[in-house]
Ligand binder design. Structure first.
Ligand SMILES: *Cc1c(COP(=O)(O)O)cnc(C)c1O
Length: 228
């Protein structure tokens, strides 16, 4: 299969496996380390949403893709990179501290943009992972509810790479339940659940993912030492 065919078959699968909530889940094309020519291939097949994890790489690539692309920052974001990132990214999936959220709000005011943000939650409680602890989510949501620029949209999580299917169901299901509880408690709508990568997106969709972040299943294995 070429890239266009791969994109079409993956997006058909994501659509058919989405839970019956309309609209179907978004297939976010994770393009870190991927060359522009390959990104343009999937663009031709209909992809408009691209996810990058490094600000530098997004800055370099975004001007080279058509203007109707939508950029998602999915990787850990340092506060001193927020200004750069907000010039292109309309979504930030990786808000993992109150300080980062405050910084995004401040810069967004200066740039007069309205970024959509997802709060990254370390739902499995793993020590090594980025993300808010479940107990930290409340204060971040409280701050977000007073923001003029930032639009809170929902949550993101990454499951441990070695999790069993049973554990994946628990992790993704827990994020959905947490979301349901916090929507009620804070009286806000948090419709998006960004969860699932190439090896676990089918389970994430079963648990209600609204955005799946697919890199290697779409573009092939990443080659990190290749200059991009
Ligand atoms: C790289 C990356 C992905 C995509 O990973 P694949 O396993 O290649 O699909 C998804 N989410 C985040 C945060 C990533 O950094």
């Amino acid at each position: 299969m070429n890239l266009q065919e791969t994109y079409c078959s993956l997006s058909a699968q994501v659509r058919s496996r989405s839970q019956n909530s309309a609209p179907p889940a978004l297939l976010l094309a994770v393009s870190k380390t991927v060359e522009i020519s390959d990104m343009l291939e999937v663009y031709q097949a209909g992809a408009r949403d691209f996810g990058e994890s490094r600000p530098q790489e997004m800055m370099r690539k975004a001007p080279l893709l058509p203007q109707d692309c939508c950029w998602h920052m999915i990787g850990h974001l340092q506060k001193n990179k927020v200004r750069q990132v907000l010039t292109y990214a309309s979504w930030i999936h990786s808000v993992d501290s109150l300080e980062l959220l405050e910084r995004i709000e401040t810069i967004a005011q200066q740039l007069n943009v309205r970024p959509k943000v997802l709060f990254e939650v370390n739902i499995s409680g793993e020590q090594s992972k980025d993300g808010l602890q479940v107990t930290e989510v409340d204060e971040v949501l409280q701050f977000a509810s007073h923001c003029s620029q930032v639009i809170p949209k929902g949550f993101m999580t990454m499951a441990p790479f070695d999790a069993s299917d049973k554990e994946l169901h628990e992790i993704f299901g827990s994020l959905r339940i947490l979301r349901d509880q916090l929507e009620k408690k804070h009286q806000i709508s948090l419709p998006e659940l960004s969860m699932g990568m190439s090896h676990d997106y089918l389970i994430a969709l079963e648990e209600g993912a609204t955005i799946v972040r697919l890199g290697s299943s779409l573009f092939g294995e990443r080659i990190y030492n290749k200059p991009v």
